[in-house]
Design a protein around this ligand. Structure first.
Ligand code: GTP
Ligand code: MG
Length: 383
């Protein structure tokens, strides 16, 4: 009997017995039958340890499988991307333009006394920025929800892109003012900010996307706010999509471009931080991004731009494009209802007299010559 029990026990694969069976002691009576009550605890223990071993080995093989799929694959993908990047061929005119605009890592040999390398390149670019950008520039409003957008009055150009890509910096560079707040910390701009230039154009600084610092629900709110703005704003003339020239188009950029393309919103891609990349790499990035955009999107402008908000390389060209969207005439301020307007309707002759008298009288006043002025003219001069 004992021998038979032993044989049965040896032929039983204990590892196949799930631990839960022992937890609930379902199989114990059967085991007791097989091996006798005395040995039950020993068996329990050995099955438990076997079960434990099996679990750990499963876990390690699982984690190996996970690590192969989550680390090795992207690594392969990345290697492929790098290879593709290294092998990218570009046209001569691309690198010529990059050099002409002083883009790429600074290559100035000996700057003149008292000037830094940065001063030299900036001084070259600054005079090329249209004088329109000297106009009055001011912060107008910020919105954190769709209901707080300002009325659609002036034409607008907006700057969007991943966090920290340089949206606020580009606004500062193009206007030569430091009104838009910038930071090393991604996610700094968290509202839609309108800036008014010369009462004829709004520049709109948008919150960035694709960073891990904010809680995901907040990220969603911001993204929704941005998409609402970009796809519904009637006065929005161009959306500049900023892409870091060191990294190229990321999935989040492509997602946004897809949404905008679907809504037929005109976009223009700008490669930023053009001072941090060697000139050859910039030319390769330009070519790669251009090819990708040409294949997939219909509402985006070419050629794409490369800029540096630090050296101002490419900023004059961006400024010229932006200037093209400004309102041609400043919006007229509503005129106060004055006596002049009423008099024009009642008597045309009196306005004609005033028109002819005005220059002559003003001339006399300027020359400080004594003049006799009728009470009505005196009233007019005091205006
Ligand atoms: P969020 O508001 O957080 O979405 O960022 P943003 O896209 O507005 O970026 P921001 O303009 O604040 O710039 C982020 C960081 O990049 C700052 O430290 C800037 O000084 C730096 N930066 C921006 N543009 C350039 C550039 O052209 N060259 C270099 N070297 N640094 C830049
Ligand atoms: Mg910002």
């Amino acid at each position: 009997m004992m021998k038979q029990r032993k044989e049965t026990l040896e032929s039983t694969d204990l590892s196949e017995i799930p631990k839960s069976d022992f937890v609930y002691d379902k199989k114990i009576p059967r085991l007791q039958l097989l091996i006798g009550e005395k040995n039950t605890n020993v068996i329990k223990e050995s099955v438990r340890s076997m079960w434990h071993k099996r679990q750990t080995s499963n876990k390690t093989s699982d984690s190996k499988a996970v690590s192969t799929s989550s680390k090795v694959e992207p690594q392969k993908e990345k290697d492929g991307e790098n290879k593709q990047f290294r092998q990218t061929e570009y046209e001569d005119k691309v690198i010529d333009t990059i050099k002409e605009r002083n883009l790429g890592r600074l290559r100035i040999k000996t700057p003149k006394q008292g000037k830094t390398k940065l001063d030299v390149v900036r001084d070259k670019a600054k005079p090329l920025i249209p004088t329109y950008f000297h106009s009055k520039f001011k912060f107008v409003a910020a919105a954190k929800k769709s209901g707080s957008f300002i009325p659609e009055t002036l034409p607008e150009v907006a700057f969007i892109g991943r966090s920290n890509v340089g949206k606020s910096s580009i606004i500062n560079a193009v206007t030569q003012r430091g009104l838009a707040k910038t930071s090393d910390k991604p996610g700094y701009t968290q509202s839609i900010n309108w800036y008014e230039l010369g009462s004829t154009l709004y520049l709109v600084d948008l919150p960035g996307y694709g960073f891990a610092f904010a809680k995901s629900d907040r990220v969603d709110t911001w993204n929704q706010l941005t998409v609402d703005y970009l796809t519904t704003r009637k006065t929005l003339k161009r959306v500049f999509v900023l892409v870091d020239s060191r990294h190229g188009l990321k999935d989040s950029d492509k997602d946004l471009l897809k949404i905008l393309d679907k809504s037929q919103v005109r976009t223009h891609v700008i490669l930023t931080k053009g001072d941090l990349v060697p000139q050859e790499d910039l030319a390769k990035r330009f070519t790669l991004v251009t090819d990708e955009l040409r294949q997939q999107y219909h509402y985006t402008e070419f050629p794409i731009l490369i800029v540096s908000s630090k050296t101002y390389g490419g900023i004059p060209e961006l400024a010229s494009i932006m200037k093209g969207f400004k309102l041609r005439k400043k919006p007229e301020k509503p005129k106060p209802i004055s006596s002049t307007t009423t008099s024009t309707t009642t008597s045309t002759s009196s306005t004609t007299t005033r028109k002819t008298i005005k220059p002559r009288v003003k001339e006399l006043v300027r020359a400080k010559k004594p003049i006799k002025v009728s009470p009505s003219l005196n009233k007019y001069l005091k205006k």
